[in-house]
Design a protein around this ligand. Structure first.
Ligand SMILES: [Mn+2]
Length: 425
C-alpha cells in the first residue's frame, strides 16, 4: 500500500475550479435563504456550522454494485479489495466531506495489515466507524455451517465459531481505531415449528454475553434487528422491542441500531426512534430507503418526509441534550442500477439534508400547538421546515470543508471512474 502522507483520489484543482465557477450563484442563494430564515429568527451561520459538524459513515460494501438475490450487474472499475474500497470511500469523502468515516465488514474487508490500513485511511481523511460481523454466510474451509443459524444455532460448536468471529471483529476494530461492533444475524426460521422462539433468544443472549464481555472499555455493541429475510417466517432479533430487551439485559455498552429498511411496511419508524432515545438505547442508524421491504435503495429516494421525521426526533434530542444521546450515522445500501459512489454521495447529502431541515423546526411553536391540541398547525410547523430548500447551506458546508458544490458533477468531470476502470481491469 502507498504510504503517501495525503492522498487525493479526486484532483483538488478540479474541485476548486468547479466551486469557483458556481460560487456566485451558491452565495446568492445562500444570502437569499439567510434572509428568509432570519425573518423566522434562525441564524443561518449557526445552522451551517452544525451542517459542517455533521458526520456519517459510508459502508465499505456500498462501493461496489450489490445487486439482489437474483443477480448483480457490476460496473467498470469496481474495487477488488479493501485498499481499493477505501480509496473509493476517500473519493466520496473528498466531494462530500461529511462522509468522513467508513464502516467495515469482516471477513469481506479482512486485512493482514491493520496499521497500514489505518494510515491509508488517515491520509484520505477517513476514520473507522462500527465494525460489522458476518455470520450469515459460510466462509471457505469453515468447519461448521451457519445454514441453520449462528449465534442462536442449536449446536454449541456453531455458536462458539460465531462468537469467536465477533471477537475477531472487535480485535481488528481495536487495531483500526474503531469503537463499536454492529451485530446483525440472519438467524431465524422459514417454517412454523422450525424454531423454539424462547430457546433461540436464550441462546442468542448466551452468545452475546460472551461477545459483550470481550468489548474494550470505550466500545459499544449495536444490535441490529430485522423483521424478515433471509428467514421468511421469523427472525430471532425481529423488532426494536426484542433489540431493546437484549440491549438492556446486556448492559450499558449495548445499544440498538435502527436500519430504516428493517421494519414492516408503514411502521412508524420515527416513533421507534423516539422510544429508543427515551430509553437511552439508541446506538445508531443504517440509512437507506425502501418501497416494499428491505430494498436498500438510496436514502431519501422514496420517502424523504419519513427521513425528515426521523431526524426531527434526533434534532430535538440533540437540542435538549438528552443524556447519552450520541447516535452513529451510517449508510447501508445496495446499488443495482447506479454508480455506487454516486449513490453514496447522493445519500450522504440526503441524510445531511434531513438533519439540517430538522434543525429549522420551530420547536417553541410546535410545543404550543401540541399543548393546544392544534393538530393542523403542529403539522404545518413540520411541513414548513421540510419544504425549505436547504441546498445552499449544504453546498456551502461542503465547499468550506474542501468538498464540491455539486459532488456528482465533479465526480463525473474528474474521470475517477474511467481511471479506476483502467487500473482495475
Ligand atoms: Mn443494515
Amino acid at each position: 500500500m502507498k504510504q503517501t502522507m495525503t492522498q487525493h483520489p479526486i484532483d483538488p484543482g478540479v474541485i476548486s475550479a468547479h466551486n469557483k465557477s458556481v460560487e456566485k450563484e451558491v452565495l446568492a442563494d445562500y444570502r437569499h435563504l439567510g434572509k428568509a430564515l432570519g425573518r423566522a429568527k434562525i441564524d443561518i451561520e449557526a445552522v451551517t456550522q452544525k451542517a459542517m459538524a455533521f458526520s456519517l459513515a459510508v459502508p465499505s460494501w456500498g462501493t461496489a454494485t450489490g445487486g439482489t438475490r437474483f443477480g448483480a450487474f457490476g460496473g467498470p472499475g469496481e474495487p477488488r479489495n479493501i485498499e481499493e474500497k477505501l480509496l473509493d470511500c476517500g473519493a466520496v469523502r473528498a466531494l462530500v466531506p461529511s462522509a468522513d468515516r467508513v464502516s467495515l465488514h469482516i471477513p469481506w474487508d479482512k486485512t493482514g495489515d491493520p496499521e497500514g490500513l489505518k494510515k491509508a485511511a488517515k491520509a484520505l481523511g477517513l476514520a473507522f466507524d462500527a465494525m460489522n460481523s458476518n455470520t450469515f454466510q459460510d466462509q471457505p474451509g469453515q468447519p461448521v455451517s451457519y445454514k441453520f443459524g449462528s449465534l442462536t444455532h442449536t449446536d454449541a460448536a456453531v455458536r462458539d465459531l460465531a462468537v469467536a468471529h465477533n471477537i475477531e471483529c472487535i480485535r481488528t476494530g481495536e487495531a483500526l481505531g474503531a469503537r463499536a461492533l454492529t451485530v446483525w444475524i440472519g438467524d431465524g426460521a422459514n417454517f412454523p415449528g422450525q424454531d423454539d422462539f424462547r430457546g433461540a433468544l436464550q441462546r442468542y443472549m448466551d452468545s452475546m454475553r460472551k461477545i459483550y464481555s470481550a468489548l474494550p472499555e470505550d466500545w459499544n455493541v449495536f444490535i441490529e434487528h430485522k423483521m424478515y429475510e433471509p428467514a421468511f417466517y421469523s427472525t430471532v432479533i425481529s423488532d426494536w422491542g426484542t433489540s431493546y430487551w437484549c440491549a438492556r439485559e446486556l448492559g450499558d455498552k449495548a445499544k440498538c441500531l435502527v436500519d430504516l429498511g428493517h421494519h414492516a411496511p408503514n411502521v412508524n419508524i420515527e416513533q421507534v426512534v423516539a422510544r429508543l432515545i427515551q430509553f437511552g438505547k439508541l446506538g445508531g442508524f443504517h440509512s437507506n430507503d425502501s418501497k416494499y421491504g428491505d430494498d436498500d435503495l438510496d436514502a431519501g429516494s422514496i420517502k424523504p418526509f419519513q427521513l425528515f421525521l426521523v431526524f426531527n426526533e434526533l434534532a430535538a434530542a440533540e437540542l435538549e441534550k438528552v443524556p447519552g444521546f450520541e447516535p452513529s450515522y451510517m449508510l447501508d445500501q445496495s446499488h443495482n442500477v447506479t454508480d455506487p459512489l454516486e449513490s453514496l454521495m447522493v445519500s450522504a447529502v440526503e441524510v445531511q439534508r434531513a438533519y439540517v431541515q430538522a434543525l429549522l423546526v420551530d420547536r417553541v411553536a410546535l410545543a404550543e400547538y401540541q399543548l393546544k391540541n392544534d393538530a393542523l398547525s403542529a403539522l404545518s410547523i413540520l411541513k414548513k421546515a421540510f419544504r425549505t430548500d436547504v441546498s445552499p447551506i449544504l453546498a456551502l458546508a461542503r465547499i468550506r470543508r474542501g468538498g464540491a458544490a455539486d459532488p456528482v458533477a465533479v465526480f463525473r468531470e474528474s474521470g475517477y471512474r474511467e481511471k479506476a476502470a483502467q487500473e482495475r481491469a
